[in-house]
Structures are given as structure tokens and as C-alpha cells.
Design a protein around this ligand. Structure first.
Ligand code: HAM
Length: 412
């Protein structure tokens, strides 16, 4: 039997309903913040991710679904959404046009990681990216947006924030950090030695316990911010305080992707085990220029939909009844029911039964399918141009004339 690949999962019925519910919740909130949808391809040139996510990241170092296509192009299934959206922004010349652009997206991302609870090889993200806005108000709005999404989903998560500094603070900080890493070179792991060359601040993110012990004494970016970066970080904290959003400042939060500067944040849940980050993001003011565009501000986040599903699926979410189930008791009325049901689909969600059955059997099926309105035609109803009508929510039932049907359904 052919099965799905390791780390890749189907979403059937309830799971796909839950996916839809989460995305709808995210979209509703993102739209209130002025974001509109963007769709970009799943497959991009490998160079795009190498340059944006960065050579020092685990994603590029170990996890890319990279291959050569039939045209001999080096391509890669997107491991995350930001890079493709930045490419699209530059390709549409919006960096040159100027102005502020706010987009949201959702869909599959691919990382060749070791599959475990909360970590898949194909997973889904809901994310947003904003271009052309320098103000830290936007960073704050994005964090408030995620807080509102989590509130609507009734999920509690801890917010961790940090500032990675702007270009000027980053350069002088890197020098200090590299000096520290050089002094501890014989003690730190091979991954950190590689990170030291490619992007030294990523060492602070190392999961190796011995490295973490050493980094207790490392210089921290947050103590080396330029005035502008420090002012922005203070303003961010002030806005979060004013909006009653709790947070922890985590000076070692550097994120697993290389493109961030200034604001970096993660939302952590304690309901889902070790893979506990449900959303993460930050500012990336250098990325557009780095990918060949005109220097433009950028800030965004992405949320792991499966991790949210994991939290919600352990809860009892009330599935509201909806739609119509229409059926016949006798064979000779099947065509009539089919034609009536098809016409009703112009306006309503309708499940048409293709087989004649006893009333109780039909009612049982409609109930299992979660229909709200049950419609049935037998010999008597047909002879009198009527239909038997039952609301499966409040259990009221009646026989009505067919010409009243649309009005009755409108009133539900
Ligand atoms: P990220 O932190 O790599 O950021 O991913 C965002 C979220 O995707 C994580 O917090 C997690 O919930 C989920 N996630 C990541 N890897 C997996 C996996 N293997 N299986 C299941 N869920 C996973 C980004 O991707 C950035 N593009 C976010 C961003 C947007 N920054 C600025 N704009």
C-alpha cells in the first residue's frame, strides 16, 4: 500500500474543518488590521532561501527540500513564506513604487526535519508581511494582531520579545560577540563554530547545554543597542503595556532565520510539549535590499497551524449544525428531490440523498452529517406539492407548501 510520506499528514473531515476555522479566525483579524491576501508559489529558486533565510540557519543548512528540475534549475519547496513574498514584492516593483503594503498568506511549508510531535515535514503557516513601514507601531500592531487571534481561539501563550538592534548597533555588537566566541573557541560546538563565521548572533540560539552554559557570560545585543533601536524597543514595550499584553524580554531570543533586525518575538504555549512555539516573527529591514530590491522596511510573523490544531483538538469545540439535507421516502420521488435540491444549491448548502429510505434512517444520516434542516418528500407530500420540514437544532417540525420553502429557509 502506498502511504503518505513521513512527516506529511492528510487532513480529513474534522481536521480540515479545524484548519478552516483557524485560518478564518486569522483572516478575520488580519483584515481588521488592513491586510489582504497574497499567494506565492510553493516552489522557488533555491538561491532565494539561501540568501534570505541564510546559510547559517538550520533550515538552509539541513532542512531544504531542494532538487534539480527537468530544466536543470536548482529549486526548493518553500521552507517558509517570507522569502517568496519579498521576492514577489520586488518583482512587482512595489519597492520602487513606494507606499505601504500589508499582506497575509496561508499554506504549506516544507522542512526536512526529524518528524516528531509538533514538527512535520510539510506543515502549514498563517503569516503576514508588511512592507514600507518603518514605525514600531506596526511591530506592535502585529503582536496585538496575534494576541487577538489567540484570544479568539481561546489559546494562552507566553510572549517573548527581544531587540536584535539596527544595522549600526548590529555591526559593533557582532565584533564584541565574535571576540567572546574566539576566546571560547575550544569549548563551543561545531555548529556554533560554523555560525560564528556566517552569523554569530545565531550561536546564542544553540540547543547544546555546554554552549548555553558558556553563553551565560556572552555580551548581549540588548545591552548594545543604538539610541534609535533602544527607543523603538522601549516604545514597543510601552504599547504592549498599554494594551495589557504580558511579555518577557528574552535577550537570547534570536530566531532561527538570519534576516531579522530590531524587533524579534515568539509566542510559546505550554500545552503542546517541546515544540512549543506557536508563532514567531519580527522586523527585517535589510532583506528587500539583500534580495536585490530597493531598501524597504519589512516586518511580519508566521503561526504554525498544526501546533494550534494540536492545542484545539484536545478541546471540545462546538460544531454548529448547518445546511440542508433533502431526501425521498420512495424511488419515484428521487428525481424530483434531486432537481429541487440542485436548484436550492444556488442559495443554500444542500446534501441530496440519492436513495429512498425509511424516515428514521434518513433522520439518522442527516443528524450524523450535522445538517440543520431536514426536508423529506413522500407520496402524500408530492401529491399535495408539499414537503416535510424539520429543524434538527430546535426539533420543530411541520409540513409546508413547496412555494413557502425558500422563505422558511431564509428565516432560519
Ligand atoms: P518560524 O519561526 O520558522 O518563522 O516559523 C513560524 C512558526 O511555524 C513556528 O512558530 C511554528 O509554530 C511553525 N513551524 C515551524 N516549523 C515547523 C514544523 N516543522 N512543523 C510544524 N510547525 C512548524 C518563519 O517561518 C518566518 N517566516 C516568520 C516571519 C514572517 N517572520 C517575519 N515574517
Amino acid at each position: 500500500m502506498i502511504t503518505a510520506l513521513r512527516g506529511m499528514k492528510d487532513m480529513l473531515q474534522d481536521r480540515s474543518k479545524l484548519y478552516e476555522y483557524i485560518v478564518k479566525t486569522c483572516e478575520d483579524v488580519a483584515k481588521n488590521y488592513g491586510y489582504t491576501q497574497i499567494k506565492t508559489p510553493h516552489l522557488e529558486e533555491t538561491a532565494l532561501f539561501k540568501r534570505s533565510v541564510g546559510e547559517s540557519s538550520d533550515i538552509v543548512g539541513k532542512e531544504m527540500y531542494q532538487f534539480t528540475d527537468k530544466g536543470n534549475n536548482d529549486v526548493c519547496l518553500r521552507p517558509e513564506g517570507t522569502a517568496g513574498v519579498v521576492r514577489a514584492y520586488i518583482e512587482a516593483k512595489l519597492d520602487r513604487a513606494g507606499g505601504v503594503y500589508r499582506w497575509f498568506y496561508h499554506g504549506s511549508m516544507f522542512r526536512y526535519e526529524r518528524p516528531q510531535k509538533g514538527r512535520l515535514r510539510e506543515f502549514h503557516q498563517f503569516g503576514v508581511e508588511c512592507f514600507g513601514e518603518a514605525s514600531v507601531y506596526e511591530d506592535a500592531s502585529i503582536i496585538l494582531m496575534i494576541s487577538e487571534i489567540l484570544k479568539r481561539l481561546d489559546i494562552k501563550a507566553t510572549l517573548k520579545i527581544n531587540s536584535l538592534g539596527d544595522v549600526s548597533s548590529m555591526a559593533s555588537y557582532k565584533e564584541k560577540l565574535v571576540k567572546f566566541l574566539d576566546a571560547n573557541e575550544s569549548e563551543i560546538c561545531d555548529d556554533c563554530l560554523r555560525r560564528k563565521e556566517l552569523n554569530p548572533i545565531r550561536t546564542l540560539d544553540c540547543k547544546n547545554e555546554k554552549c548555553q552554559e558558556i553563553y551565560q557570560n556572552a555580551p548581549l545585543m540588548i545591552e548594545n543597542l543604538s539610541k534609535e533601536a533602544a527607543d523603538d524597543f522601549d516604545k514597543l514595550k510601552k504599547i504592549l503595556d498599554e494594551n495589557n499584553i504580558g511579555y518577557e524580554v528574552d535577550p537570547k531570543l534570536v530566531r532561527g532565520l538570519d534576516y531579522y533586525c530590531k524587533t524579534a518575538f515568539e509566542f510559546i504555549s505550554n500545552e503542546i510539549g517541546s515544540q512549543s512555539a506557536v508563532a514567531g516573527g519580527g522586523r527585517y529591514d535589510r532583506l528587500v535590499e539583500y534580495l536585490g530590491g530597493k531598501a524597504s522596511y519589512g516586518v511580519g510573523f508566521a503561526m504554525g497551524i498544526e501546533r494550534i490544531m494540536e492545542i484545539l483538538s484536545s478541546r471540545d469545540i462546538k460544531n454548529e449544525r448547518n445546511g440542508v439535507y433533502i431526501c425521498a421516502l420512495d424511488e419515484q420521488n428521487l428525481d424530483f428531490v434531486y432537481s429541487l435540491g440542485t436548484k436550492m444549491r444556488d442559495k443554500f448548502k444542500v446534501e441530496i440523498s440519492y436513495e429512498a429510505k425509511k424516515l428514521q434512517k434518513h433522520l439518522q444520516i442527516a443528524d450524523n452529517k450535522g445538517a440543520k434542516i431536514f426536508l423529506c418528500i413522500g407520496e402524500n407530500e408530492r401529491a399535495n406539492s408539499q414537503i416535510w420540514y424539520k429543524n434538527l437544532d430546535n426539533k420543530t417540525e411541520k409540513t409546508i407548501n413547496l412555494n413557502e420553502l425558500e422563505k422558511e429557509l431564509d428565516n432560519e
